[in-house]
Design a protein around this ligand. Structure first.
Ligand SMILES: [Zn+2]
Length: 283
């Protein structure tokens, strides 16, 4: 551990089909990582071509299983974040000839199933969003409707919603949609964020330049690697040791307060989790 501190990676994926996933957790723990939010991989990466909301259940169950395994490797613990990857809409519309409206309904039904796991306490938060690339207007409208459906669940369940969305430093409109649904904007987390963001809480990719911006800003933020994510962004993700290493680097550069914000205060504010109480400090 790093000075008995909790160190949280707010967004990564573990491959449930082989032990590479758990090896990544061991690498993370060996260099001082203590807590993980594990997001289910896109359903099609697991060979699931969903036709109903129920078809997502296998994806969620496999993620929950590997999160249990991950927790046993950590001085802290891991939690699952479950949802439907927004890129699915393009696979449905472009590859399978599904209408945007039917794609919307299917993705919302998948979120309904994810919400069941949050309600039962098996998952911590939901994952939604909208394509980070240009799409037709009707696909964009359907994607926004899916995201707003996730906000309704987040409001009802009082849980956070992680978003995969376009690169932006101003997502106040989206934060307003969450507030309209009854979900406080602080509980909306933009994954793969830069160091500066208006609206949702940024989950900052742990590159030094992005972290420096976030640390100097002094606002709530989280740190992530997006380890093993989408093949449409090859090479864009960071390795599982990155967050602990960057925590050391921030501390060496006098950013103690930012480390506390990212690993204690913001996790509590966004997810209601206590990364200190869930840490075994037995040396
Ligand atoms: Zn991801």
């Amino acid at each position: 551990m790093i000075d008995d501190r909790p160190v949280l990676d707010d967004h990564l994926h573990l491959d449930p089909d082989n032990n590479r996933g758990i090896d990544a957790v061991r690498d993370f723990a060996r260099v001082g990582g203590t807590h993980l939010l594990v997001v289910n991989k896109p359903s099609w990466h697991l060979g699931v071509e969903a036709e109903t909301g129920e078809d997502f259940r296998a994806v969620f169950e496999r993620t929950i299983e590997i999160v249990d395994d991950a927790s046993s490797e950590l001085a802290g613990r891991a939690w699952p974040v479950l949802g439907v990857h927004p890129g699915l809409i393009s696979r449905l519309v472009d590859d399978r000839g599904v209408s945007p409206e039917d794609a919307r309904d299917l993705m919302q039904a998948g979120l309904d199933v994810a919400a069941e796991y949050v309600e039962s306490g098996e998952a911590l938060a939901l994952k939604s969003g909208r394509p980070h690339y240009e799409v037709d207007d009707d696909v964009w409208a359907a994607s926004n409707a899916v995201m707003r459906h996730a906000f309704e669940h987040g409001a009802a369940l009082e849980c956070a919603v992680q978003l995969h969305a376009e690169a932006s430093e101003d997502m106040t409109e989206v934060a307003d949609w969450a507030e309209d649904a009854g979900l406080p904007s602080r509980r909306v987390v933009k994954h793969y964020a830069g160091g500066r963001l208006e609206g949702p809480t940024p989950s900052v990719m742990s590159n030094k330049d992005r972290l420096e911006t976030a640390a100097e800003r002094g606002e709530p933020f989280l740190m992530e690697t997006d380890y093993i994510d989408d093949p449409d962004r090859p090479g864009a993700v960071l390795g599982p040791k990155t967050v602990p290493r960057r925590v050391r680097w921030l501390l060496e550069n006098g950013h103690d307060e930012a480390v506390r914000i990212a690993h204690v205060e913001t996790p509590r504010r966004v997810y209601g989790i206590d990364t200190e109480a869930t840490l075994e400090r037995d040396g």
